[in-house]
Each structure stands twice: as C-alpha cells, then as structure tokens.
Design a protein around this ligand. Structure first.
Ligand code: HEC
Ligand code: HEC
Ligand code: HEC
Ligand code: HEC
Ligand code: HEC
Ligand code: HEC
Ligand code: HEC
Ligand code: HEC
Ligand code: HEC
Length: 434
C-alpha cells in the first residue's frame, strides 16, 4: 500500500470516526416526543439564552444534521464537554465563532464536497454544490467580497436544515420563489446593483412569475414538473441563462417547440430565444391571438404590414381559424346526434384526432413557415370531412327512423281504433242476442 493510497483510505476513516464520536447524542425519553436531545455544554447553556442565541437549540428536532449525530462543534468548533464551560469558546479547542461570508460556504462544503464522507451517509447525493456555486453569479459575487449575495445558508438555513424533499424546506418547489424573493424583491438590497442599462436590476421576478402559467400549474394543478426559479436558473449555478442559452432553458421541457424554433429564421437571429415573444417570468397560456398581423399578436412588434413575416403570420392564423371553425361545427353535429340517441363513438375518436392536429399546428407555428403548417391543417380538415360525412349519414338514418316510428305509431293507432270498434260490435251483438 503506497503512502498516498493509505492517506486516501485512513484519513477519511479517522475523520468520519471523529465526526461520529464527537457529538453526544442520546435519545432521551424526556426530550420533545421522538426528537433527539443533545446533552452537551453548548446546548445546555444556549438553551437558556434568548432569541437568536437559543434558536439553534430549538431547531435541533428538525435538523437533518442533528439527525445524523452532528452537533454544534461540528460546524463551530470548541469544546462541548458539559463540565468544562471555560473551554467551550477557547480557540485552542478549535472554536471559530459564527461563520461569516465565505466562511459559511466553507463550513458546509467541508462535508458536502467530500465525496468519501458523503458516500457513507447519503451515497446518492451530489457533491458538486460548492463547485457549481463558485461559478454562479452568487459565488462570483462572494469571491469578490460581496456579502449580500446568497450563500448555502440563505437558501437552506444553518440550523434546522431540512431535506430538500421536505415540504417545509425553503427550497421545496412551492417555497423557492419566496426564498429567492427575500433578496430579489428587496428594493433596498437591489438598489446597490446595476443591470446592463445602468439602472438597478428588476425586482419583479416573483410577482411576474406568480401570474405565469407555470406558477398556476405548480400551485393550482400541483404539477411539480412546472418550473419555479431554480428549474430555469439551476439549483447552485444560479445565473441568468447566458445569451443564446435562453431558448435552451425553455427547450429542456418544451423540446418539440425548441426543435422547430432552433431551425427557424428566428432561431438564428434571436438573442433571447423564446423569451423574445413569451417573456421569461410572466409566461402566459398560448392563444391564437398571439399569432397574426394585428395587435395583440406578437408578430407586429417587429414586422411591418406587408412584409414576409406578417404575410406568413396572417396565413398561419387563418389556417388555424379554419380548422377551429370546422372542428366546432363537426363537434356540434356529433353532440346533437349523440343526444338524439345515435351511436357516434367512432366520430368522437375522430374529433380527438382532429383536435390533436390543432395542437400540432400550434407547435409547428414555431418553425415560422406557413408551408409547414398547412399540411397539418389539411390533415385535420380531412379527418373532419370524414366526421361530417358520417354525421350526414347518421342524420339521414335518424330521419328514416323517425319516419318509421311515425308510421308504426299510425298503424298502432289504427289497430287500437279498429279493436275498439270490434269490441263495441261484439258487445252490441251479445246484448241484442240476450
Ligand atoms: C456558559 C454558556 C455558554 C456555553 C457553554 C456556550 N455558549 Fe455560545 N454563547 C454564549 C453567549 C452568552 C453568547 C453571546 C455572547 C457572545 O457572543 O459571546 C454565545 C454566542 C455563541 C455564538 C455566536 C457568536 C457570534 O459571533 O455571534 C456561537 C456560534 C456559539 N455561541 C456557539 C457555541 C458553541 C459551539 C458552544 C459549545 C462548544 C457554545 N457556544 C457554548 C454562551 C455559551
Ligand atoms: C451545519 C453547521 C452548523 C451546526 C451543526 C450548528 N451551527 Fe450554529 N451556525 C452555523 C452557521 C453557518 C452560522 C451563521 C449563520 C448566519 O449568519 O446566518 C451559525 C450561527 C450560529 C449562531 C449565531 C446566530 C445569530 O443569529 O447570530 C449561534 C448562537 C449558533 N450558531 C449556535 C449554534 C449551536 C448552539 C449549535 C448546536 C445546537 C449550532 N449552532 C449548530 C452553522 C452551524
Ligand atoms: C440560491 C439558492 C441556493 C444556494 C445558494 C445553495 N443551494 Fe443547495 N439547493 C438549492 C435548491 C433550489 C436545491 C434543489 C431543491 C430540489 O431538488 O428541489 C438545492 C439542493 C441542495 C442539496 C440536495 C442535493 C442536491 O444537490 O440536489 C444539498 C446537499 C445542497 N443543496 C447543499 C448546498 C450547499 C452545500 C450550498 C453551498 C455551497 C448550497 N446548497 C447553496 C438552493 C440553493
Ligand atoms: C459534518 C458534515 C456536514 C456539514 C458541516 C454540513 N452538512 Fe449538510 N449534510 C451532511 C450529511 C452527511 C447529510 C445527509 C444526511 C442524510 O441524508 O441523512 C447532509 C444533508 C444536508 C441537506 C439535505 C439534503 C437532502 O438530502 O435533501 C442539506 C440541504 C444540507 N445538508 C445543507 C447543509 C448546509 C447548508 C450546511 C452548512 C450550513 C451543511 N449542510 C453542513 C453533512 C454535513
Ligand atoms: C441572500 C440574498 C439572495 C438570495 C436568497 C438569492 N439571491 Fe440571487 N442574487 C443576490 C444578489 C445580491 C445578486 C447580485 C445582483 C446583481 O448582480 O444584479 C444576485 C444575483 C442573481 C442572479 C444574476 C442576476 C444578473 O442580472 O446577473 C440570478 C439569476 C439570481 N441571483 C437568481 C437567484 C435565484 C433563482 C435565487 C433563489 C433560488 C436567488 N437568486 C436567491 C442575492 C440573493
Ligand atoms: C421559466 C423559466 C424561468 C423561471 C421560472 C424564472 N426565471 Fe428568472 N430568468 C429567466 C430567463 C430566461 C431570464 C433572462 C431574462 C431575459 O433575457 O429576458 C431570467 C432572468 C432573471 C434575473 C436577471 C434579472 C432579470 O429579471 O432579467 C433574475 C434575478 C431572475 N431571473 C430571478 C428569478 C427568480 C427569483 C425567479 C423565481 C421567482 C425566476 N427568476 C424564475 C427564466 C426564468
Ligand atoms: C421545468 C420544465 C419547464 C421549463 C424549463 C419551462 N416550462 Fe413552460 N411549461 C411547463 C409545464 C409543466 C407547463 C404547464 C402546462 C402544460 O402542461 O403544458 C408549461 C406551460 C407553458 C406554456 C403554456 C402552454 C399552453 O398550453 O398554452 C407556455 C407558453 C410555456 N410554458 C412557455 C415556456 C417558456 C417561454 C419557457 C422558458 C422561458 C418555459 N416554458 C420553460 C414546463 C416548463
Ligand atoms: C416569434 C414569436 C415566438 C417565439 C420566439 C416563440 N413562440 Fe411560442 N408561441 C408563439 C405564438 C404566436 C403562439 C400561439 C400559437 C397559437 O395558439 O396559434 C405560441 C404558443 C406557444 C405554446 C402553447 C402552444 C399551445 O398548444 O397552445 C408554447 C408551449 C410555446 N409557444 C412555447 C415556446 C417555446 C418553448 C419557444 C422557444 C423554443 C417559443 N414558444 C418561441 C410565438 C412564439
Ligand atoms: C423580436 C422581433 C420579431 C418578432 C416578435 C417576430 N419576428 Fe419574425 N422575424 C424577425 C426578423 C428580424 C426576421 C428576419 C428579417 C426579416 O425577414 O424580416 C424575421 C423573419 C421572419 C420570417 C421569415 C421571413 C422571410 O423573409 O422569409 C417569418 C415567416 C417570420 N419572421 C414570421 C413571424 C411571425 C409569424 C411572428 C409572430 C408569431 C414573428 N415573425 C415575430 C423578427 C421578429
């Protein structure tokens, strides 16, 4: 065994043993129900202090680190023997105080960047948070001495750190916007910075996001696949998606839109990708009114009356409108026939296929080439023509059945009347004969 590999094996082992040995965690029955109680010098004294000094003790029961046996000294150093109070804050016993600035990131990455150590506790967990963070806008700011930027602690806390899958974690999808907005919606904090134009950066990201289709899907629909801040900006590499990357951010989820857009004239020209039309934070539901040669269509903000862009816009819009109209008519017919008792199951399936073509057309719009939208519309119209033909046949059948029904009603009536006559005749005969 070489010295090098010995160091690699032995040192982490000692470190882990030391970490496991240092905290004196006992599951005392008198603790708040089911929660571990740390009995050591730090806790004993801090528990009877006030506010910010006692808070770390109060949060122990909700702390993923305490759960694993790490204690105050793991992060702060010092001596936590209950009987040697005087040594608690002695720097010769490693006491470092509360970390500040870059010290916060060092405190966390000491373990979280140590693959060897993390593998023992949480083998599936990533160990690249600090390296990602270092290249983010936050990390770069911190490296330059800016302590207003987010550190590990701003997003996860220092005490009472929860698993990210815990609904009460500040980085759980439903809580992320508020966590980021604590700084990004703070005018005083952001006034100290400059956006490219020289003005302070916008502070409306959360407000804009909260009126987006994404926020609606995430909250009302409880669709955790809908993005919140970190899905677009990254968990640890938080930076504005770079020039040219913007379309890619949206494309990670909306792949079929991105494929078409990337190959289009716009794809080569637009710096801000999808956001040129849809915006980044207040993304709205797609509607056909966004397309065309008149406001509120997106197209009129750059194109002028008569140019190739608006001609294509008008053509695509009118194709979509014609499919929508035909669809509505066919659907109304099928509904009427179903209510009248006709079997229209096949036609309902066909309608679903036609509706699918409408969705495909709205996606194909992103090639910004009317020649590519038309075949999709034509296929939809073809399906609807079949539905119409079947509908007309069903209508004829319905009329035929109604005529048949009327005829049989008349026949039954005649029969009943005839029967009545016969009965009366028999009656009269029997009276006359008696
Ligand atoms: C005898 C009581 C006592 C003990 C034991 C004690 N502390 Fe404290 N601690 C205090 C008081 C009082 C303060 C606030 C005054 C100060 O900053 O010194 C404090 C402050 C702190 C701070 C905040 C310092 C800052 O810069 O704001 C940290 C961190 C801390 N203690 C950690 C520990 C740790 C870790 C241990 C165990 C090794 C420990 N304490 C043991 C009483 C105690
Ligand atoms: C996972 C690492 C970690 C553990 C474990 C930990 N702390 Fe801290 N503690 C920090 C960090 C980081 C800060 C600085 C947070 C900040 O400034 O927002 C801090 C800050 C503090 C402060 C100053 C709070 C303030 O608002 O000024 C006190 C007091 C403190 N810790 C006490 C404790 C005690 C007592 C324990 C054990 C019960 C403990 N800490 C366990 C990382 C830790
Ligand atoms: C700007 C906010 C922010 C900062 C700063 C931040 N995190 Fe995170 N962190 C997140 C988000 C968001 C997630 C992912 C939550 C999810 O998966 O739903 C996360 C996830 C994690 C996880 C779970 C494993 C993983 O990588 O998904 C760990 C561990 C973690 N962070 C540690 C750290 C450490 C250590 C630092 C400092 C180097 C740090 N974080 C800095 C927001 C942040
Ligand atoms: C002594 C080593 C150590 C230190 C220091 C430490 N962590 Fe951890 N942390 C761990 C381990 C080990 C786990 C995994 C626990 C588990 O999965 O049971 C963990 C889990 C986490 C998780 C939950 C990840 C998940 O599974 O969802 C977050 C978030 C986290 N740590 C953030 C931090 C932050 C922020 C700091 C700094 C204030 C920090 N950690 C300091 C060792 C450490
Ligand atoms: C503790 C405060 C704080 C928190 C929390 C925070 N940030 Fe930041 N963030 C900053 C500061 C300060 C800057 C630097 C501002 C600047 O340069 O315009 C910054 C910069 C950024 C930038 C780069 C902006 C630009 O124009 O270059 C992005 C993107 C960003 N943050 C996203 C996020 C996201 C997403 C979250 C939540 C997951 C988050 N931030 C949480 C303080 C914070
Ligand atoms: C659907 C993706 C997406 C979501 C969700 C999202 N962003 Fe952004 N964000 C972007 C894009 C794209 C840009 C680049 C803006 C541009 O070029 O128009 C951006 C830019 C930013 C900037 C730089 C300043 C600015 O406004 O242009 C900050 C800061 C920021 N976002 C923070 C946030 C915060 C905080 C949240 C959550 C409340 C969030 N973002 C949610 C995509 C997103
Ligand atoms: C993390 C995945 C994800 C990312 C990233 C993302 N979206 Fe979405 N988007 C969704 C989900 C989920 C919905 C909810 C509705 C749905 O199911 O289509 C949605 C809905 C939409 C809608 C409305 C769809 C409709 O039916 O009318 C538009 C428009 C949209 N996103 C555009 C964007 C743009 C532009 C970006 C980039 C700035 C973006 N999205 C980034 C997942 C994502
Ligand atoms: C030049 C403007 C423009 C750009 C750039 C653009 N879109 Fe669209 N987008 C539209 C228009 C117009 C509609 C509405 C189409 C319709 O309903 O007829 C739309 C609709 C959508 C829809 C909803 C579709 C539906 O079924 O209702 C999504 C999702 C979408 N776009 C995503 C994206 C993504 C992702 C990108 C980038 C890869 C992007 N868009 C780029 C103009 C644009
Ligand atoms: C942000 C500005 C911008 C918006 C918004 C925009 N375009 Fe364009 N578009 C351009 C530019 C620039 C060109 C290339 C120069 C030219 O041909 O006009 C272009 C080119 C085109 C072309 C190719 C024209 C040709 O000569 O072959 C079509 C088609 C087109 N756009 C359709 C649309 C449609 C449809 C919309 C609305 C959904 C739209 N554009 C919205 C800027 C824009």
């Amino acid at each position: 065994m070489s010295v090098d590999s010995m160091i690699r094996v032995v040192v982490p082992a000692i470190l882990t043993l030391a970490l496991l040995a240092s905290p004196s965690v006992v599951s005392a029955g008198n603790a708040r129900q089911g929660q571990p109680e740390l009995v050591n010098g730090c806790v004993a004294c801090h528990a009877v202090l006030e506010d910010r000094l006692a808070a770390p003790v109060g949060l122990l029961g909700d702390d993923v680190h305490a759960e694993r046996g790490f204690s105050c000294v793991t992060c702060h150093g010092g001596d936590d023997s209950a009987d040697v109070e005087s040594r608690a804050k002695d720097p010769t016993f490693g006491y470092e105080g509360a970390p500040v600035g870059a010290g916060m990131v060092e405190t966390c990455s000491r373990c979280h960047s140590d693959a060897e150590l993390m593998r023992r506790f949480a083998p599936a967990q990533r160990v690249d948070q600090a390296t990602e963070y270092a290249v983010s806008e936050h990390g770069r700011g911190l490296a330059e001495g800016d302590t207003n930027v987010a550190t590990c602690v701003s997003c996860h806390g220092a005490h009472g750190v929860r698993r990210v899958s815990d609904a009460r974690s500040p980085v759980f999808p439903l809580n992320v916007a508020d966590t980021c907005a604590a700084c990004h919606a703070d005018p005083a904090l952001m006034a100290g910075y400059q956006a490219p134009g020289g003005t302070p950066p916008p502070i409306t990201q959360r407000a804009d996001y909260q009126r987006s289709v994404h926020h609606a899907a995430l909250t009302r629909g409880n669709d955790l696949s809908a993005p919140t801040c970190n899905d677009c900006h990254g968990n640890h590499g938080a930076a504005p998606p770079g020039v040219g990357d913007v379309a890619n951010v949206c494309g990670t989820c909306h792949t079929s839109f991105a494929e078409r857009f990337n190959d289009s004239t716009h794809g080569f020209l637009f710096d801000r990708g999808c956001t040129e039309c849809h915006g980044s934070h207040a993304v709205q539901l797609g509607t056909d009114e966004m397309l065309g040669d008149a406001a509120p269509a997106y197209c009129v903000s750059c194109h002028e009356t008569g140019d190739a862009g608006l001609v294509a816009a008008a053509r695509m819009r009118s194709s979509i409108e014609s499919l929508k109209r035909s669809f509505d008519e066919a659907q109304a017919l099928v509904e009427r026939l179903t209510v009248a008792g006709m079997e229209m199951g096949d036609q309902e399936l066909e309608l679903a296929l036609a509706r699918n073509q409408l969705t495909l057309a709205r996606t194909e719009v992103h090639a910004f080439d009317a020649d590519r939208v038309d075949p999709i519309i034509d296929a939809g119209l073809g399906i609807l023509a079949g539905v119409d033909a079947a509908g007309v046949e069903a209508l004829a059948e319905l009329r035929f059945r109604r005529r048949g029904l009327a005829l049989s009603l008349v026949l039954i009536l005649l029969f009943v009347v005839a029967l009545g006559f016969k009965v009366r005749q028999l009656d009269r005969m029997s009276h006359g004969g008696g």
